[in-house]
Design a protein around this ligand. Structure first.
Ligand SMILES: *Cc1c(COP(=O)(O)O)cnc(C)c1O
Length: 364
């Protein structure tokens, strides 16, 4: 590294970026890492072999730019989502964070606003402000639920250009039912984004907001391969929406934003969706085991439809986080008073966390 010659404050940084802090979940090489809601099961080896073959084939043509319209991948996502979706209703990018960024670049920006209901995904305000738009903080009930009446009333009052509904919600795990989506959609003329990053961990018979897309041209449902699909390192997110809305995203994306290697890897992985998702039931079982065990230890586990559990009743979250860290277990202090969040890992990882938490004792 070169010598530091100026401080950030001395650079001609955009005024609206001064004082902001970047996304910063700690990355530490601990034996048990349950802090960023990854799927901790590795990609099954037969799928990994297939992905490797597809990437190897793509590599032979890597002197050429990739298919800018990622046609094959869009067909694969449309097929995976079902509901009779067509490829022209699908968009994808390098993680659903980039998908969300494209929506904000097209529909947010200076003079515009985006709104979410706190506590919610920490990237929403960061992505919003990075496009020059203003972030509006809505409220939830004390148990982190959000009713259709309350959500719609807040949206009517604030009149945001974009509304984020995280369903189920990160970092609380809270379910968000379709009546909230319908009420919010009817309460605004703006874009409504339903972020279903954790949809595959919800009860099987619960409908996805994808079922609401017909006749709702301002509705967007975003998904990711980072969680259920065990593909966080490949960086692949996607959305379903009206073809006109998808078309608008072409105005802001970088040309060839999805590399040929990414397209090949994701398409191959989607061909094995069933195998890739076979760990979901196991993860849900570990999640429910976490909820039951932390409750037995005297904490309060919040209802979760995700692959993580937010638990309260922690006297000193920073101290408990550090005590677990010292025992080789990394979880997340999400900044909610007296709460910590833990991702459901493999059975062994989950046991390591629960044993470590029990040994910390006295809800310190
Ligand atoms: C993890 C997560 C994402 C996804 O991120 P990627 O960029 O696809 O890895 C999106 N939304 C929420 C709420 C998340 O928790």
């Amino acid at each position: 590294m070169g010598e530091v010659t100026v401080r950030l404050d001395d650079l001609p940084l955009r005024d609206d970026l001064r004082g902001m802090t970047p996304y910063g979940a700690p990355q530490a090489a601990l034996p048990v890492a349950l802090n960023v809601n990854e799927n901790t099961h590795p990609v099954p080896s037969e799928v990994a072999d297939d992905i490797l073959d597809a990437v190897a084939r793509a590599l032979r043509d890597v002197n050429r730019y990739p298919d800018r319209e990622f046609t094959g991948l869009r067909e694969a996502f449309a097929g995976y989502l079902g509901h009779g979706l067509n490829p022209d209703q699908i968009w994808a990018a390098n993680g659903s964070n980039e998908v969300l960024q494209h929506i904000l670049q097209a529909f947010g920006g200076p003079g515009r606003t985006a709104m979410g209901f706190a506590p919610t995904y920490s990237m929403y305000p960061i992505l919003t402000r990075a496009t020059g738009a203003r972030w509006i903080v809505g409220e939830r009930e004390h148990d982190f639920t959000l009713s259709p009446e309350s959500a719609a009333a807040q949206v009517r009052e604030q009149r945001p250009d974009i509304v984020f509904l995280c369903a189920p919600n990160n970092p609380t795990g809270t379910p968000l039912r379709l009546d909230v989506v319908e009420a919010v959609y009817d309460a605004t003329d703006g874009i409504v984004i339903v972020d279903e990053a954790y949809e595959e961990f919800a009860p099987r018979d619960e409908p996805s907001a994808v079922s609401l897309l017909p006749d709702r041209p301002r509705l967007v449902v975003s998904r990711t391969m980072s969680k259920a699909f065990a593909f966080a390192g490949a960086r692949v997110g996607y959305l379903a929406a009206d073809p006109a809305l998808v078309d608008a995203l072409r105005l802001v994306r970088l040309p060839y934003h999805l590399s040929a290697l990414t397209q090949a890897a994701a398409t191959a992985a989607l061909g094995h969706a069933e195998t890739m998702l076979s760990m979901v039931d196991e993860i849900v079982a570990q999640r429910d085991r976490i909820s039951a065990t932390v409750s037995a230890l005297g904490y309060t586990a919040h209802e979760s439809w995700t692959n993580f559990v937010l638990f309260g009743g922690v006297d000193d979250p920073a101290a408990t986080w550090k005590a677990l860290y010292d025992r080789g277990v990394l979880i997340r202090d999400v900044g909610i008073a007296h709460h910590l969040r833990v991702t459901a890992g493999t059975a062994d990882e989950t046991t390591a966390f629960l044993d470590a938490l029990a040994s910390v004792g006295s809800r310190s």
